[in-house]
Design a protein around this ligand. Sequence first.
Ligand SMILES: [Fe+2]
Ligand SMILES: [Fe+2]
Length: 126
Amino acid sequence: MLGLGEVDEDHRELVELTNRALATLHDGLGSDREEQVTGEIVSALKAHFRHEERLMEACDYPGRAAHRANHDAYLRQVDELIRDYRNRRTSLFHVADTLLDWIFEHIEQHDAPFVQFLLARAEPAS
Ligand SMILES: [Fe+2]
Ligand SMILES: [Fe+2]
């Protein structure tokens, strides 16, 4: 939890969707459901990145170019991962596991400093 409600809410949703992907495996719901949930993850990820990028622009965050570049690189990796999954070169378990690792690493390295900057700016000057 970074302390900024709307961003924390997005992150919670991303983790929940990824866990739901794992649950489709556990419950043996089949490839249609797996396809659906991976599509939902990619859409939620894109929407979340746009959301953060709008917030960074609005507060003129100095680290926004690097943060955005990390989002873009990450989306390219996710596309590749999903393609491998669709071509049966990797498992959905590996996709979900990799996504969770990336999400947490990105939150720690990129989102946390940005949210700290945003919250510090929002505090009234004393
Ligand atoms: Fe981010
Ligand atoms: Fe984020």
